[in-house]
Design a protein around this ligand. Structure first.
Ligand code: SF4
Length: 350
């Protein structure tokens, strides 16, 4: 997660909420991606240090447990930058230029000069972030699958060049380089390229599209957010302004919850019983939108209040952050160095 300020409900449901569950079943590594923050926000870094602290607090307050997973700050584990540099030697420029987000983000963030080497290379930094830990899975939303695919391609290329069977493999590559069928057959043959860097799979985590107050996707850039840190009165006041079924003009008009963004929030946060009650009350006009919104506010407040409580407790013990990040740095570095040693040896650098 990039340290770019406090998360809103959309960020929370898209990432942290899932991660807290994943740590029960997998050995997980979660990091604060400060190097990635520099790929777009390099010109002004005065908030970076504070934001790193804030994200770490959010990790812990939402339930990531340093006893169950590894939490660290990316730039403190130098192996990320080292593997990124090595990968940059072998990665064709065209692979990076065709990543959809490269052009999209340049369009969207016109106020920033993103014609930089670091911005073009950030999917490769992600590949290094991932492959250092040789994971089976990378938990992502559907919009990030292309980046995991690039990571798989980088791993494949590395293994082809430097895997234990690379002498044989090199010969096959030279023969097959313009022959896609042969190439595919080789990739299916586990003996052809022994993998120093196993190809990870995308683990598609459900990330419900959380609507913002104006009905569009919740996003800081639309100024339509409910923040994880918003106090209860703010949550309730914000929800009162949220758009509803536009056809329900008067209290006596029946509404249609299927087209109402408030009901989308019910689907994410409210119990099934409340959802049934709200849908029925809306369709029969037996409840008003104010009442319906107050129920969704109850559900959201119930979800975020314990997180805010934990956050306040953590804020009163500032050394916890330093301890968690130092411990995470040591554990991540140890694991990452094993991979880097293998990579360097395979490349003839050891
Ligand atoms: Fe939306 Fe609820 Fe109003 Fe129906 S009653 S239009 S679901 S806010």
């Amino acid at each position: 997660m990039r340290p770019t300020g406090r998360p809103h409900l959309g960020n929370y449901m898209g990432a942290l909420y899932n991660w807290v569950h994943l740590q029960q079943d997998y050995d997980c590594y979660f990091f604060i991606a400060d190097l990635h923050a520099l790929t777009t926000d390099y010109a002004d870094t005065h908030l970076l240090k504070e934001n790193i602290k804030e994200v770490t607090l959010d990790f812990l307050a939402t339930g990531l447990d340093p006893g169950r997973c590894v939490i660290f700050q990316q730039s403190q584990v130098m192996q990320h930058a080292q593997l990124f540099a090595l990968f940059s030697m072998i990665t064709p420029l065209s692979w990076l230029e065709r990543v959809p987000s490269y052009k999209d983000q340049q369009e969207q963030l016109r106020e920033k000069d993103l014609a930089t080497y670091g911005f073009l290379g950030y999917p490769l930094l992600q590949a290094a972030d991932i492959l250092l830990y040789k994971p089976d899975f990378v938990p992502v939303g559907a919009d990030q699958v292309a980046h995991v695919e690039l990571t798989r391609e980088v791993a494949r290329r590395f293994n082809q060049f430097y895997g234990p069977h690379s002498k044989t493999a090199e010969k096959h590559i030279l023969e097959a380089v313009s022959d896609k069928e042969k190439m595919a057959a080789l990739e299916d043959d586990p003996q052809a390229f022994a993998a120093i860097l196993p190809e990870p799979k995308a683990l598609l985590t459900p990330s419900p599209k959380v609507p913002g107050l104006d009905g569009r996707k919740m996003s800081k850039s639309y100024n339509n957010t409910i923040m994880l840190s918003d106090p209860e009165p703010d949550v309730r006041a914000k929800l009162k302004t949220m758009v509803t079924d536009p056809a329900r003009i008067r209290r006596t008009d029946p509404g249609n919850p299927d087209v109402c963004p408030v009901f989308d929030l019910h689907k994410i946060f409210s119990s099934e019983e409340t959802q049934r009650k709200a849908a029925h009350g809306c369709r029969t006009a037996s409840i008003g939108c104010i009442e319906c919104k107050s129920w969704v506010a109850d559900a959201i407040v119930a979800r975020i209040a314990p997180i805010q409580e934990r956050r306040r407790d953590l804020e009163s013990r500032p050394s916890v952050i330093d301890d968690v990040l130092a411990n995470g740095r040591d554990r991540a570095s140890k694991r990452a160095q094993q991979t880097l040693d293998e990579v360097q040896q395979a490349m003839g650098l050891a």
